[in-house]
Design a protein around this ligand. Structure first.
Ligand code: NAP
Length: 291
């Protein structure tokens, strides 16, 4: 990999991750490794910004950068500053990738859904028509349900505050054409008493994430009624939920593939072309050990 100082010059394209506190982000390593593999004269940096500076930071990004990603806590807050939204970002009410046009317009996209679906297909299964149990009712649950409904899945959304899950499903179902009907909401605490079976369990809560401790969002009695388990968490790579699923002999995957593929999709938006599969395989090998 060339040293950063050896390749940064006046023509270098600049990209950033706009977020709050970013001490543990892996996005710079992923994007810069992809740039190197594609021989692009481009650089990606973390840009932690306090809330009161959000407007001025976006102004600087618009004028001086070529594109940026957005993470917690600005995935929704960034929207009023943008000129246009993609259909997916609009349906999900969240933006994680911003394209800057030559004229300086900001177009908001959401690549988390593409990343999630590619990761699921690669590591576990194609999800079309599957019975899926999604845990959580936040941003990741929303994008996951959006993508699952598009693929004709039967979705059960389990949340600690079921009213939030109901509101999420109503908003997303109404946006589907035709409106989605295979959906159900349940309280997370009621899952152990049910006997429903699922093709896939998808954890979209931070339960089990570093440094929160070795805990699972659902007990073994729920996991054993599923065929495969996907945990959006990538730190630690082996969560308590995945350990339970592994011990039951289920297919499992963590969130590292999702993180990688959402970055690949962001670069497709910024550069207008996809990296060849051979390059992607090499980059993943180079990033091995990062997750
Ligand atoms: P979020 O918008 O804050 O939503 C979190 C959800 O989890 C909310 O529904 C919240 O419930 C629920 N929750 C939080 N603590 C809980 C607990 N102790 N018990 C039960 N439910 C709980 O967060 P997010 O952005 O969706 O992120 C969720 C997870 O996905 C995080 O671990 C994040 O790292 C991961 N993620 C991974 C990727 C990737 O590329 N792999 C991308 C994005 C996110 P309430 O609404 O009741 O608070």
């Amino acid at each position: 990999m060339p040293a950063v100082n050896a390749r940064v010059d006046a023509l270098t394209q600049k990209f950033a991750l706009l977020g709050g506190s970013l001490p543990h982000t892996l996005s710079p390593q992923i994007h810069n490794t992809l740039f190197d593999a594609r021989l692009l004269n481009a650089l990606y940096i973390p840009l932690p910004v306090p809330e009161h500076s959000l407007a001025s930071a976006i102004d600087v990004l618009r004028q001086c950068f070529d594109g940026f990603n957005v993470t917690i806590p600005y995935k929704e807050a960034v929207i009023p500053f943008l000129d246009e939204l993609s259909i997916t970002a609009s349906a999900c009410g969240a933006v994680n990738t911003v394209e800057i046009t030559e004229g300086g317009s900001l177009i908001g996209h959401n690549t988390d859904g593409t990343g999630l679906m590619q990761a699921l297909t690669e590591a576990l299964m194609p999800v079309s028509g599957a019975q899926v149990l999604v845990l959580g009712s936040g941003g990741t649950a929303r994008i996951a349900v959006h993508e699952l409904l598009l693929r004709g899945c039967h979705v059960t959304l389990a949340a600690r505050h079921p009213e939030k899950a109901t509101a999420l499903l109503q908003a997303l179902s109404a946006a589907q054409e035709p409106p989605a009907s295979h959906t159900r909401v349940t309280a997370l605490c009621d899952l152990p008493a049910e006997n429903q079976h699922y093709d896939l369990l998808l954890n979209a809560t931070p339960v089990g994430m570093y440094p929160g401790g070795d805990v699972s969002p659902v007990p073994e009695s729920v996991v054993e009624r599923c065929e495969a388990v996907f945990d959006a968490i990538y730190n630690p790579p082996q969560t308590k939920l995945l350990s339970i699923a592994d011990s039951l002999g289920l297919k499992t995957a963590n969130g590292s593939g999702m993180l990688f593929f959402q970055a690949v999709e962001a670069q497709r938006i910024w550069f207008g072309r996809v990296s060849p599969p051979k390059v992607l395989r090499e980059v993943r090998r180079a990033l091995h050990g990062l997750f």
